[in-house]
Design a protein around this ligand. Structure first.
Ligand SMILES: [Zn+2]
Length: 413
């Protein structure tokens, strides 16, 4: 049975606190929805479509609330009935060693969570996104995505877990430093192979076709002295009508991907500013900065984790009969959540700063701030983004500043 010690109380307090904070933030966010269209968007939205965009925010929020409540209820129940102990006894029942038992234990947990979230994910894609006209995912794509995701996470996750368990088991009190080094190497490898090996499993990357758009882009690259080979369009329309663009990878694997939905709906001058924004992320070294921050955050986490490996109070709290390294990893994630949240805040703050910088870069190097502003407005309308999010929601969750703030910043340049 679980033991009502300080750890268990702390963990439930963290879960409840997180849930309540979310409720407050989402409520504030909904209250800020006003039927009045911001002046900046006049001509881009009619009253009916603007009402639809707000309806989208409401439906998504309500759905998030239901999912969150369900997940919380399931997790609390699982903890209270001693689910972790049952699962551990099952994993040990095969008679394998610590590492293999750990792979089984964590594997079943992950698959269980996947199964529980499946109905929600089906509903989100085929009911909500469908209702608002975004969904283009077929059942076949949906199932294939699920299977591919499962295979990749089993391979990558399995390798990482195996390494972590082995290092912590074999290397004593400084193991966290070796785990850290191993994870950094692994992370860099995955970042490197992801654009060329993993992402193409999900989307087709096609080199940008010859034509006006490509000429304009090549011209821009030459004027601004950029060498960028990896310029692709991807078939985002396979899943959704939402438009986007992104920059990924580094070194030889770096590429910029423009969604076909973007190319379909936007003017050449607008697409150029979106591309220039991505080039800005590259030129301003945002990716290496993010990787380095990630490496330090990982080191901090592993150090704190090393203090909690096989912590007896924590195992008593979860009603465990056997102490293990693998279960320590899972239990640690419960108490680490607030630290993780604070570190996440630092990341989103710096991400929003990077977005402003990339916007400034794009409007200066294209000398076309009006097209940049138009592109941002069109993206918001196409994706039915919330134009007036509550500042607290922005502070806690947004990795991009709200569109009106971005437009204002571009106008000020
Ligand atoms: Zn950006």
């Amino acid at each position: 049975m679980v033991e009502w010690n300080g750890y268990l109380i702390l963990i439930f307090a963290i879960m409840a606190g997180n849930y309540i904070l979310d409720l407050i933030v989402e409520n504030l966010n909904l209250k800020r929805l006003s039927p009045e269209l911001p002046a900046e968007f006049e001509g881009h939205y009619d009253a009916e479509k603007y009402a639809k965009s707000q309806d989208y925010t409401k439906v998504r929020t309500k759905f998030g609330f239901i999912t969150g409540s369900f997940d919380l209820a399931v997790m609390i129940t699982f903890i209270l009935i001693g689910g972790f102990n049952y699962l551990d006894k099952f994993a040990r029942g095969f008679g394998f060693g610590e590492i293999l038992s750990g792979l089984i234990f964590v594997g079943i947990l992950m698959i269980g969570m996947q199964i529980i979230s499946l109905p929600f994910s089906i509903y989100s894609t085929f009911v909500i996104e469908e209702k608002f006209g975004f969904n283009r995912t077929t059942v076949k794509t949906f199932v294939l995505d699920l299977l591919k995701g499962l295979i990749i996470s089993t391979i990558l996750g399995g390798l990482v877990l195996w390494m972590v368990l082995w290092f912590f088991g074999a290397l004593g009190s400084l193991a966290w430093i070796y785990v850290w080094m191993g994870l950094v190497l692994f992370m860099i490898l995955v970042l490197y192979i992801s654009p060329t090996w993993i992402m193409p499993l999900f989307n087709k990357f096609t080199p940008l076709q010859d034509g006006e758009l490509k000429d304009t882009i090549v011209n821009y690259m030459q004027t601004n002295k950029f060498k960028m080979k990896g310029l692709f369009t991807i078939d985002g329309s396979k899943r959704s009508s939402k438009a986007n663009a992104f920059f990924t990878g580094f070194g030889k694997s770096k590429r910029i991907a423009l969604f076909d939905t973007l190319i379909e709906k936007f003017e050449v001058s607008e697409i150029l500013t979106v591309l220039a924004h991505e080039v800005g992320h590259f030129k301003l070294r945002h990716v290496p900065k993010r990787i380095i921050t990630g490496i330090f955050q990982m080191g901090l986490m592993l150090f704190i984790l090393s203090l909690f490996i096989k912590n007896e109070g924590l195992f008593a709290a979860f009603g465990m009969e056997n102490v293990s390294i693998y279960a320590s990893l899972i239990f640690f994630s419960f108490i680490y959540a607030p630290v993780s949240m604070i570190l996440g805040l630092i990341s989103t703050i710096s991400s929003r700063k990077h977005e402003y910088q990339a916007d400034a870069f794009a409007s200066q190097t294209t000398a076309d701030p009006e097209s940049m502003i138009n592109a941002l407005k069109k993206l918001s309308v196409t994706n039915l983004s919330n134009l007036t999010p509550h500042p607290l929601k922005v502070f806690l969750e947004y990795d991009h500043p709200p569109v009106l703030a971005r437009i204002e910043a571009i106008r000020k340049l």
